[in-house]
Design a protein around this ligand. Structure first.
Ligand code: BTN
Length: 328
């Protein structure tokens, strides 16, 4: 850790308390002048640090920026976040995570960005990623599981997002097959999981997660072809992105460990509980084909199990799904 990071973590460990320059200089084994220099650096980054003669320094506020050292400091994870890489601006965290994976990056590496200038959505769409308001993050995993089971990780990230929204923001969201997360019918989060594999072996999986936290109405682009929302718009309260990200990564760490030990069943159960369309009559539009039936659950590979009106259960691998009856 650099002197800057060590001073920052010292301040964070004693929030609101004065720490004398002498004590900092003793603990960090640097001169008083070097302490002052690092305090200046932190202030320039947006930290509000008060300096009082005879008392020392105290931290009053931290900037709302996602910086790797801050994320790592209080992260209580086994595997996820062993390494965190943060960008003020990047093309896409998924692109960066893929590059890192190809260069041999370790499992659990987390890539975050304050802003993405080429944020990627599903089906070649763009993911709107303005600076300083949302969460854009990608997690590198190297699971030793059969290639066909990789889509199960999408459901794992979906459950983690919904439960973190509930826990940190007291906001109830639902999952929509295959990988949307909605609040009152509007999209609040999107997942883009990408994989590199051979026939029998997964090299790596990138879990790409975008969550609209503090985005205001005018930051959504005109002409979106689906309704979209953010935590701020739904609750009227802004979210501390660092607190949210840590909670998200910690939950992901637990669920990923459980997944490796126990398989898909626990995640599948949670996902089905968060899906409002289980036991509901729906229509699935695949462009060239349309199915009508009742959603009965998820299959082991993440396919949607749809009971058709003739009783047969069809496995749906792609398509747009919409309820044809009122949801209770
Ligand atoms: C979707 O279309 O619903 C998926 C959106 C996924 C967006 C996230 S933001 C972090 C990561 N980096 C990207 O470029 N995309 C994903």
């Amino acid at each position: 850790m650099t002197s800057r990071d060590r001073i920052q973590s010292l301040f964070r460990s004693q929030p609101g308390e004065y720490i004398s320059g002498e004590k900092i200089s003793d603990l960090l084994q640097i001169s008083r002048a070097a302490v002052w220099k690092q305090v200046k650096v932190l202030r320039e980054e947006g930290f509000k640090i008060e300096a009082k003669h005879s008392l020392g320094y105290r931290l009053l506020a931290t900037p709302d920026r996602l910086v790797a050292s801050d994320i790592e400091t209080e992260l209580n994870c086994r595997l996820i976040g062993q390494k965190v890489i943060s960008f003020t601006e990047t093309d896409s965290t998924n692109v960066q995570a893929r590059r890192i994976a190809e260069e041999g990056g370790i499992e659990g590496t987390v890539v975050v960005a304050d802003q993405q200038i080429a944020g990627r959505g599903r089906l070649g769409r763009r993911w709107e990623s303005p600076a300083g308001v949302n969460l854009y993050c990608s997690i590198l995993l190297r699971p030793q599981i059969p290639v066909q089971q990789a889509p199960q990780l999408t459901f794992l990230s979906a459950v983690t997002v919904v439960e973190t929204l509930k826990d940190v923001c007291q906001l109830s969201a639902e999952v929509k097959w295959p990988n949307d997360i909605l609040v009152n019918g509007a999209k609040i989060s999107g997942l883009l999981n990408e994989m590199s594999a051979e026939t029998e072996q997964i090299h790596f999986v990138i879990l790409g997660v975008g969550i609209n936290l503090n985005m205001t109405a005018n930051q959504f682009p005109d002409g979106l072809n689906y309704p979209a929302t953010s935590v701020l718009l739904e609750t009227g309260k802004s979210v501390d992105r660092l607190v949210f990200l840590r909670a998200f990564l910690q939950r992901l760490d637990l669920y990923y460990a459980e997944f490796l030990q126990e398989g898909f069943a626990p995640i599948r159960g949670r996902w089905e509980n968060l899906c409002k369309l289980i036991n509901v009559q729906v229509e699935v539009d695949q462009g060239s084909h349309r199915y009508c039936g009742t959603v009965v659950g998820l299959d082991v590979d993440g396919a949607l199990r749809l009971q058709l009106n003739n009783g047969k259960v069809e496995r749906i691998l792609a398509g747009d799904i919409r309820p044809t009856e009122e949801i209770k």
